[in-house]
Design a protein around this ligand. Structure first.
Ligand SMILES: Cc1cc2nc3c(=O)[nH]c(=O)nc-3n(C[C@H](O)[C@H](O)[C@H](O)COP(=O)(O)O)c2cc1C
Length: 205
């Protein structure tokens, strides 16, 4: 018989480490580039991130607190998502430093900022995939009691998608070819994926 550790989060998890991040893992990383109203470029990773709709493509991330990325998106209505790959992992990590707004994290991490096609935010030149997004909704999160919390969900429509053609084989995007990395639960934990992890299962007809 299984025994369970059961807890109400509001009363604490009762463990040495909060298990939430390790349970909902690994998570894709939203590497979000923006430009401030003052023109300064900004780049930061967010693992509360996902794709929420196909048509139009809508993706989103959540910020715990009103961080520079959210402030810039609220001001300009634009952001770009850049794929984090294994070769870019350390640079991505460097862009998570708590830098003041006037600091350009592209320069901080030694990355090149390239102009996007349809939005004013820059993209990470070294990243093989970029979605250029226009803000569709900026939502302040609430608890079940209706009280607003200091977390912000940013949703944006991808108006341009850019893919390095080396990742496309016979018309299909090959997920593992880019060596994407995913966020694990521990403070320093990440996962990479390869073809060994792939298995196939069709949906019931
Ligand atoms: C892999 C990774 C994932 C992260 N995910 C989040 C997240 O989902 N939400 C959040 O608020 N901060 C997250 N952070 C921390 C932010 O990147 C960090 O606070 C950063 O300084 C925010 O930058 P900004 O103020 O320029 O937007 C993450 C950091 C790392 C390294």
């Amino acid at each position: 018989m299984a025994e369970y550790h059961v807890y109400q989060p509001a009363a604490g998890h009762g463990l040495a480490h909060d298990p939430l991040n390790s349970i909902v893992a690994p998570r894709p990383i939203g590497w979000i580039s923006t430009r401030g109203a003052d023109g300064v470029a900004n780049l930061a990773p967010y693992s509360f991130f996902n794709l929420f709709n196909y048509d139009p493509p809508i993706l989103g991330f959540a910020s715990s607190g009103w961080k520079d990325s959210v402030r810039n998106i609220a001001a300009t209505g634009e952001f770009a998502w850049n794929l984090v790959t294994r070769p870019l992992a350390e640079a991505m990590n460097a862009t998570s430093a708590a830098a003041p707004p006037e600091v350009d994290e592209f320069a901080l991490a030694g990355l090149a900022a390239e102009p996007c096609l349809r939005i004013g935010a820059p993209r990470v030149a070294e990243s093989p995939v970029c979605f250029e997004c226009r803000l569709s909704q900026l939502i302040r999160l609430k608890g079940a009691d209706g009280k607003e919390i200091d977390s912000w969900l940013v949703l944006g429509e991808a108006v341009t998608v850019r893919i390095d053609t080396r990742l496309i084989v016979e018309g299909a995007y090959v997920t593992t070819a880019a060596q994407p990395i995913l966020r694990g639960g521990g403070a320093a934990d990440y996962f990479s994926i390869g073809e060994e992890q792939l298995f196939r299962m069709r949906r019931p007809g």
